[in-house]
Design a protein around this ligand. Structure first.
Ligand code: FAD
Length: 318
């Protein structure tokens, strides 16, 4: 079922969902199932599966020479989605990214997804490769989420990359996009970032999932600004419980978000990461209670494969 239908059917009740990473290449699916099982009691109508592009790594030979190796650490987004749908009978939402894929490869992936009965996709540009100074588009691929979104929308209308294809085969994806309550780090200002978000909505996006945030006022202001800008689709808050002291440095560095002073003070007063996890869970429970009151359509957790903190939060909310 489409995410927009799940939200409409909930009639204002906040839903629970979460995101997983495909297992590292070569490992099996059991880790994914172990990360899902404890969360099924909260009835997620959908589960997201991330996608990653190839990375450049340097392998050191005995001679001391460095060999540049290119490989994708976590392939298998489509297969993991199929496995989740098959085992749990919930909607799996694959993330589709521009980086690492040509337009043809994307077209084939979308056809596979349609065959598998997948109804939703989250369309993104994708992160830069490790070691690259910024995002480098793949030759023959897309540069921005707006372009990838156009390809998916075209396929929903039976328009393919090559004219000779049978246009009676139309996909029917409900398309989501990402947004950043604290601004995308490359955007010169929030207004410009909004301009492109509006383009994504005009291009066919039907729901938004936000970057994580630890200060609800950022989300509330963002929702207000969206509504003032004529963006009226559901805005799903992305949430990550803080679990280690190191994340005080890593999360702002990687995700370009702020951590409120009260939270960072509380974390810095902790003696161990066990104590930090308790602080992070309590903070997130309070955030979630307020978001439910505010009318967030879904609370969407970035679990990173660790179900326990999310389970403890969900037990207090759902
Ligand atoms: P875009 O919408 O393309 O925006 C990128 C930047 O370019 C922004 O600064 C924007 O303002 C600007 N811009 C947009 N359109 C144009 C245009 N037409 N011309 C000029 N400038 C433009 N990354 C992964 O690799 N895999 C994942 O699975 C993944 N999942 C994610 C899930 C969520 C909910 C979120 C919030 C992020 C996720 N990311 C993932 C990270 C994401 O790929 C990065 O944040 C990336 O840097 C931007 O992606 P985007 O889709 O927002 O890009």
């Amino acid at each position: 079922m489409k995410i927009t239908e799940h939200i409409a059917n909930a009639k204002g009740k906040t839903l629970f969902s979460f995101e997983l990473l495909p297992p590292i290449k070569g490992s099996n699916l059991q880790g994914i199932f172990n990360a899902i099982d404890p969360l099924m009691e909260f009835n997620p109508p959908f589960i997201d599966v991330t996608s990653s592009r190839e990375d450049h790594l340097y392998k050191e030979h005995a001679s001391g020479l460095l060999e540049k190796v290119t490989f994708r650490k976590r392939p298998g987004t489509v297969a993991v989605c199929a496995a989740i749908m098959n085992k749990y009978k919930v909607d799996a939402v694959p993330h589709l990214i521009c980086g690492g894929f040509t337009k043809e490869e994307t077209e084939y992936a979308l056809i596979d997804l349609q065959f598998l009965g997948i109804d939703n996709v989250l369309v993104l540009r994708g992160d830069a490769r490790k070691g690259d100074a910024g995002f480098v588009p793949t030759p023959g691929g897309h540069c921005y989420a707006t372009e990838l979104l156009e390809q998916v929308t075209n396929m929903n209308n039976g328009i393919y990359l090559h004219e000779y294809q049978d246009t009676s085969f139309k996909t029917d994806f409900c398309i989501g996009v990402a947004a950043y309550p604290e601004k995308h780090f490359e955007a010169p200002n929030l207004k410009t970032d909004f301009k492109y978000l509006k383009q994504k909505v005009a291009g066919g996006a039907e729901f938004i999932v936000t970057q994580m945030f630890f200060d609800n006022s950022k989300y509330k202001e963002f929702v207000t600004q969206c509504r003032e800008n004529g963006i009226n689709i559901p805005i799903i808050p992305g949430l990550k419980p803080l679990t280690t002291a190191k994340q005080l440095i890593n999360l702002p560095k990687i995700f370009h978000i702020d951590i409120p002073e009260d939270l960072s003070d509380a974390v810095q007063a902790c003696k161990t990461d066990k104590d930090v996890k308790e602080v992070g869970i309590e903070w997130m429970i309070n955030q979630c209670k307020e978001l439910v009151e505010f009318g967030a359509p879904v609370l969407h957790f970035y679990t990173m494969g660790n179900a326990e903190p999310t389970k403890r939060i969900a037990q207090e909310i759902f």
